[in-house]
Write a protein that binds this ligand. Structure first.
Ligand SMILES: Cc1cc2nc3c(=O)[nH]c(=O)nc-3n(C[C@H](O)[C@H](O)[C@H](O)COP(=O)(O)OP(=O)(O)OC[C@H]3O[C@@H](n4cnc5c(N)ncnc54)[C@H](O)[C@@H]3O)c2cc1C
Length: 416
């Protein structure tokens, strides 16, 4: 009988585990079921470009049924995981049905959720940027704010609709702010009552620098490039409260804004945080170096929801780059366990980090040895991420989106 492998979450990690098992398992060795809330896997690095309209949503969302060859796919929300009886309950709302999936091996790859760190009002008055729905909602809200401003005569009211605040100085915040500014400037031509200088994008960095994951010089370079393009970067001040009219910072400074984008942190999904396994202080699942979960034979965890130890001490960062390398190691270790062989620890040297900040500018740190800024870094970002997007069809569609955005104006249709 094939061993039943259930994989929870079809992001970078879960999808790569399933695809590696398809390639490496012997015929009849495993029966894999991949469970995910959506029927596609999301290529998050291009999500800010969906918000800005540079890339069409479906082009960065390969459908799972087209990616998988022998694995089963089940669309639904994982409701509960019973680690004692070795079964998972998955709810499909459309079918109004919950199904129970028993497993021999369980792979937990449920990623992370946006965290507003308990900042009052942030949950209800900000737009996160983590899922496809988030990106589409953010884009529509931006366009609706422009439309609202175009109808108003009162200067103060208009300014609040034309001020966009992005909270978070990490990769997502920096990319979102850069893309947003580019979109607003290009869209302004359709709004005769909105001058380019009326538009304001404020990036609340929180700490004393941008992109703390990169060398200081690149963080400073990002701040400089964004400032030159017109983004106001606020250092050393945190968002303390958000309401329907704007953001108040810890210093008491206030930004009246109708659109606040939140990209200031992630957290472990509650379902994972409440599982009966060992957790890190951030509630991620503690795993052994081979990605198995301690004291839970047959249970594995990978990607953003796992705390993965580095050989020399410390833990691997939560990025797609790492999730994509962890997943094949997990799949090979799972098969080794089935075959009674020894598993191997995960070890990987980070390739580097890159950010695209719009306006054909970017930043790249390659293996902590070389740095690139401006157009070369932006081109490298585009070439690298295009190459990582699954499938030739989607690569071509995104390349065409980029090419068509050069001669043609921004699309400002607000479509759900
Ligand atoms: C805007 C943005 C830009 C980013 N840019 C980069 C970048 O340039 N480079 C980089 O390396 N990293 C980047 N990241 C980080 C990267 O997206 C994550 O590190 C990566 O997605 C982690 O992969 P994962 O498989 O662990 O989780 P995810 O990719 O988040 O996948 C988790 C999956 O589980 C599903 N899921 C969760 N809960 C349930 C449930 N209860 N039931 C069913 N399904 C569920 C989710 O829908 C999702 O499909 C970016 C992230 C964002 C948000």
């Amino acid at each position: 009988m094939p061993q039943r492998v259930v994989i929870l979450g079809a992001g970078f990690a879960g999808t790569a585990v399933a695809r590696t098992l398809e390639r490496r398992a012997r015929p009849g060795e495993v029966a894999v079921t991949l469970v995910n809330r959506d029927n596609y896997t999301l290529f998050t690095p291009m999500l800010p470009e969906v918000s800005s309209g540079a890339v069409e949503p479906r082009h960065i969302a390969p459908p799972l049924r087209a990616l998988l060859r022998t694995s089963q796919f089940e669309m639904g929300d994982v409701e509960s995981v019973d680690l004692e009886r070795r079964a998972v309950v998955v709810r499909n709302d459309k079918a109004a049905r919950s199904s129970r999936l028993p497993y021999d091996h369980l792979v937990i790859a449920l990623g992370a959720v946006t965290s507003t760190h308990g900042v009052p009002g942030a949950d209800s008055h900000t737009f996160p940027l983590k899922t496809m729905d988030d990106a589409i909602a953010q884009r529509n809200e931006t366009i609706r704010s422009l439309e609202a401003a175009a109808t108003l005569d009162d200067d103060r009211e208009r300014r609040a609709f034309l001020t966009f605040v992005v909270v978070g100085g990490g990769f997502t915040g920096v990319e979102a702010a850069g893309e947003l500014l580019g979109f607003l400037r290009a869209a302004a031509r359709f709004y005769p009552r909105v001058e380019s200088h009326d538009l304001r994008v404020v990036l609340v960095a929180g700490g004393s620098r941008l992109l703390p994951q990169l060398p200081q010089s690149l963080g400073d370079g990002a701040a400089q490039m964004l400032a030159q393009r017109g983004v106001e970067v606020v250092f050393g001040d945190d968002a303390a409260a958000v309401d329907g009219g704007g953001v108040t910072l810890a210093s008491g400074k206030r930004y009246d804004s109708k659109t606040v984008i939140w990209s200031a942190g992630i957290a472990t999904p509650p379902l994972v945080a409440h599982m009966d396994v060992e957790h890190s202080k951030h509630h991620a699942i503690v795993v052994n170096p081979d990605l198995s979960v301690p004291k839970r034979p047959g249970v594995w965890a990978v990607g953003d929801c796992a705390q993965i130890p580095k050989p020399g001490g410390g833990f691997y960062p939560q990025t797609a780059q790492h999730a994509l390398r962890e997943a094949p190691v997990l799949a090979r270790n799972l098969l080794a366990t089935l075959r009674g062989r020894a598993t191997k620890p995960f070890a990987y040297k980070t390739l580097g980090m890159m950010a695209s900040i719009g306006g054909r500018e970017g930043l790249a740190d390659i293996r902590n040895r070389f740095t690139l800024t401006g157009l070369p870094a932006w081109l490298l970002w585009r070439a690298y991420y295009l190459s990582r997007l699954p499938g030739r069809f989607r690569k071509t569609r995104v390349a065409l989106d980029w090419a068509l955005s050069l001669p043609f104006p921004q699309d400002i249709a607000s479509v759900q």
